[in-house]
Design a binder for this molecule. Structure first.
Ligand code: AMP
Ligand code: MG
Length: 315
C-alpha cells in the first residue's frame, strides 16, 4: 500500500467516494479534501493502516494524529467529554476545531494514533466530501496533512501528488481547500480548563476551571519549530525583495505572488500554502514574505510562517 508506485486520482463524486471507502476498509491510504487542507486518511482502529500513514509521511512516531469523525455521538466512544467540550462542539462542529480530550480506556483506536498519550485529538470536519466518506464507513479516520513530514501542507490534489505520489493509494479530488490553514487545536482538561495548542481558523478563548482566562499557552507535543518548510530560507516581515528572493506579498506589498492584494486575511489563509509551494518551485534561492497582521486567522498564518522560517536544526 504505502510502497505502491501508482497513486490513483478520482473525482470526489459518489463513485469515487465509494471506492475510497473500500480502500480505507482494507487498510489503505486515501488523501481527502477537508475545509482546511488535504488530509491523509487511514482507518484509526487498524494498527497496520495507521503505521502506513507514519511510513508514507516519514512522520516521527511521537507526533500523534487527529481522529476525524461524524459528530459528538461518535466522539463519546473515544473520549471523555466534559461539559466545556460539549459546549465548544455545539458551537464549532462540524468545522475546523480539533478538541484534545482524555482518551477513553476502551476506545477502539490503534495506539499509534495517540502516540501513547492518555489524550486523543478529535475533529468533525465540515467538508461535504470528508463527511460523505465518514458516513460511508463505520470507523473514524486518522488523518494528518497529506504531505511528507515537515514540508508545506497541501491545499490541492497537485500538492498531494508532488509530495506523496506513488506512496499512497488514492487521491479524492475535491478541488482547492477553502480555508487553507490547519484546524485550531484546543485541549479540554478533565476539570474543564481550556488551553489552545495551535492557532487556526476558529478563535477560542482560553479559560481556567473557574471560567477566567489562563495566561499559559501549552505547545502540542508534535508542534515542531521547523514545519511547513519550503526547503529554502524564508525571511518574514519583508517590505521589498532582495535580488535573490521570491517575494510573497500581502496588501500594499506587491510580490511575485500575493497572499491577498486587497489585504483580506481569509483569502491570505486560503492562498498561504499555494504561495509557499510557488516559492519552493521558483528558481530564487530564498523566499521573503510581507508582514501579515496579528489578528483573527492572521495569528494562524503567522504561526505557520514562523515555522516555515525556522531552520531545520532547531526543529
Ligand atoms: P497535523 O494533522 O499534521 O496537522 O498534526 C496534528 C497535530 O495535532 C499535531 O501538532 C499534534 O501534535 C496534534 N495532536 C494530535 N493529537 C494530540 C494529542 N493527543 N495531544 C496534543 N496534541 C495532539
Ligand atoms: Mg501537518
Amino acid at each position: 500500500m504505502s510502497g505502491k508506485n501508482v497513486t490513483e486520482v478520482v473525482q470526489a463524486e459518489p463513485e469515487g467516494i465509494a471506492r475510497a471507502a473500500r480502500i480505507l476498509e482494507s487498510g489503505g491510504l486515501v488523501a481527502v479534501p477537508t475545509e482546511t487542507v488535504y488530509g491523509l486518511a487511514a482507518r484509526a482502529d487498524l494498527p497496520e493502516a495507521v503505521a502506513r500513514i507514519y511510513a508514507a509521511k516519514g512522520r516521527p512516531s511521537f507526533n500523534p494524529l487527529i481522529v476525524h469523525l461524524r459528530d459528538v455521538a461518535q466522539a463519546e466512544r473515544y473520549a471523555v467529554l466534559p461539559d466545556e467540550a460539549r459546549a465548544l462542539m455545539a458551537v464549532h462542529w462540524p468545522g475546523p476545531l480539533t478538541v484534545v480530550l482524555p482518551r477513553r480506556a476502551d476506545a477502539p483506536l490503534a495506539d499509534a494514533v495517540t502516540a501513547g498519550l492518555p489524550t486523543v485529538a478529535l475533529r468533525a470536519p465540515a467538508h461535504p466530501v470528508m463527511q460523505a466518506l465518514l458516513a460511508a464507513v463505520d470507523f473514524p479516520l486518522a488523518a494528518p496533512s497529506a504531505n511528507r513530514s515537515g514540508f508545506i501542507s497541501p491545499t490541492t490534489p497537485g500538492h498531494v501528488l508532488a509530495s506523496l505520489g506513488g506512496r499512497i493509494d488514492l487521491v479524492l479530488d475535491g478541488g482547492a481547500c477553502a480555508t487553507g490553514v490547519e484546524s485550531t487545536i484546543v485541549a479540554v482538561r478533565e476539570d474543564g480548563r481550556i488551553e489552545q495548542l495551535r492557532p487556526g481558523p476558529v478563535q477560542v478563548g482560553e479559560q481556567g476551571p473557574t471560567g477566567g482566562p489562563v495566561e499559559a499557552r501549552v505547545e502540542a507535543p508534535g508542534q515542531l519549530a521547523s514545519h511547513y518548510a519550503p526547503g529554502k530560507p524564508v525571511r518574514l516581515g519583508a517590505l521589498t525583495a532582495q535580488p535573490d528572493e521570491f517575494l510573497i506579498g500581502f496588501g500594499a506589498v506587491a510580490g511575485d505572488v500575493t497572499l491577498s492584494a486587497s489585504g483580506d486575511l481569509n483569502e491570505a489563509a486560503a492562498r498561504l500554502y499555494a504561495c509557499l509551494h510557488e516559492g519552493a518551485r521558483a528558481p530564487h534561492p530564498r523566499i521573503a514574505v510581507a508582514p501579515v497582521p496579528e489578528e483573527g486567522i492572521g495569528l494562524a498564518i503567522n504561526d505557520r510562517l514562523q515555522r516555515a522560517a525556522s531552520p531545520p536544526d532547531q526543529g
